[in-house]
Design a protein around this ligand. Structure first.
Ligand code: F6P
Length: 366
């Protein structure tokens, strides 16, 4: 491997996610093993602008693999989007003789990485976000831990639901993506999941809860993705009020499924990373450094069918836009017909996966 790099920088940016520390550790250890020095840049791109960084020796990254959050801190830095901010950031990198950067975060982080690449700083992105909303990769760092945390919280809620014959409507993070909600709904034995990707039949869901209550079911969990905005709290009230009225009409208070609303919010983003996230973070961190040292840039490291691969950041971003339906004119022009075809196929597969998994969950819930 041609080690033309003497020093690289690593940063974490955007919403933190469990496993970011494991990724930083892997980046540092892999680079050091090739004789390349490493600077940890504090607070994402802000640290680049304001020259806040620390040398990451092997000892500096020890004992970090188990830690949640990010010891390099994180930020969503608007200043970096301005020409002046970018100029200062590049100056800082030059002053420290940093000749490559690994940026760990979500899509906003990758936009910053592309801007750096365009200004001659080789940059590789690593997907670190609990949301799993980077279409080019099967898994992002932190997604598994976030789901595990939801699982633990909901298992506790379920205990108390069972005791009191209640329902809990639980809202989970995920931004516009229903990955956390759908998977945890299955794993928690929820009665329903409400996610942006699949149309929700509210009437059928309430009828199912009533039917199951008549059959003697006592615990009811509904998992709602925050991406279905402004809905979960009202839906909890609806289940509560409809079943209360039913109980009154039937003069049978057992039919009242008292329903509470719980928003797990940032609880889901903290905590020690799971084995899967530590492993993924390590493999991705190592690969990111290897790509830089091989002379590559403007790539995002992904996991596809268990393999660590890379795609161009631009490809990853256009794929996400295609998925969300936010493509603008000309955005596909730089890609070959084969690549565009592949993008369309990946998106169809993802949409189909959501539909199939959702109907499977409905079939087995009860
Ligand atoms: O992208 C990670 C995430 O936790 C989302 O799930 C959530 O919508 C958002 O960040 C919350 O952002 P903040 O921490 O700025 O409130």
């Amino acid at each position: 491997m041609a080690a033309k790099f003497r020093k690289i920088g690593v940063l974490t940016s955007g919403g933190d996610s469990p496993g970011m520390n494991a990724a930083v550790r892997a980046v540092a250890r892999e680079a050091l093993s090739h004789g390349v020095e490493v600077m940890g840049i504090y607070g994402g791109y802000r640290g680049m602008i304001y020259d806040e960084m620390i040398e990451l020796t092997s000892r500096e990254v020890s004992n970090k693999i188990t830690l949640g959050g990010t010891f390099l801190y994180s930020d969503r830095c608007l200043e970096f989007k301005e020409e002046e901010g970018m100029r200062k950031a590049i100056e800082t990198l030059k002053r420290h003789e940093i000749d490559g950067v690994v940026a760990i975060g979500g899509d906003g982080t990758f936009r910053g990485a592309t801007d750096l690449s365009a200004r001659g700083i080789p940059t590789i992105g690593i997907p670190g976000t609990i949301d799993n909303d980077i279409t080019a990769t099967d898994n992002t760092i932190g997604f598994d831990t976030a789901m595990q945390t939801v699982l633990e919280c909901v298992d506790r809620l379920r205990d108390t639901c069972e005791s009191h014959a209640r329902c809990n409507v639980v809202e989970v993070m995920g931004r516009g993506a229903g990955d956390i909600a759908l998977n945890t709904a299955i794993a928690c034995g929820a009665v329903a999941a409400i996610i942006p990707e699949v149309e929700f039949d509210e009437k059928a869901c309430i009828e199912r809860i009533i039917k199951l209550r008549r059959e003697g079911k006592r615990n009811f969990i509904v998992i709602v993705s925050e991406g279905v905005s402004g809905y979960s709290e009202d839906f909890a009230k609806k289940i509560n009020n409809i079943t209360k009225e039913l109980a009154e009409n039937e003069n049978n208070d057992r039919m009242w499924v008292e329903t509470k609303f719980v928003r797990l919010a940032h609880v889901v983003r903290g905590g020690s990373p799971t084995l899967s996230d530590r492993l993924l973070a390590t493999k991705m961190g190592v690969r990111a450094v290897d790509e830089l040292l091989a002379g590559n840039s403007d790539l995002v490291v992904c996991e596809k069918a268990g393999e660590i691969v890379t795609v161009e950041i631009a490809y990853s971003q256009v794929l996400d836009r295609m998925y969300k339906g936010t493509l603008k004119d000309g955005m596909l022009d730089r890609f070959s017909p084969e690549q565009v075809e592949e993008m369309r196929r990946l998106i169809e597969e993802k949409k189909q996966y959501f539909k199939d998994t959702y109907t499977m969950m409905e079939r087995i819930s009860g």
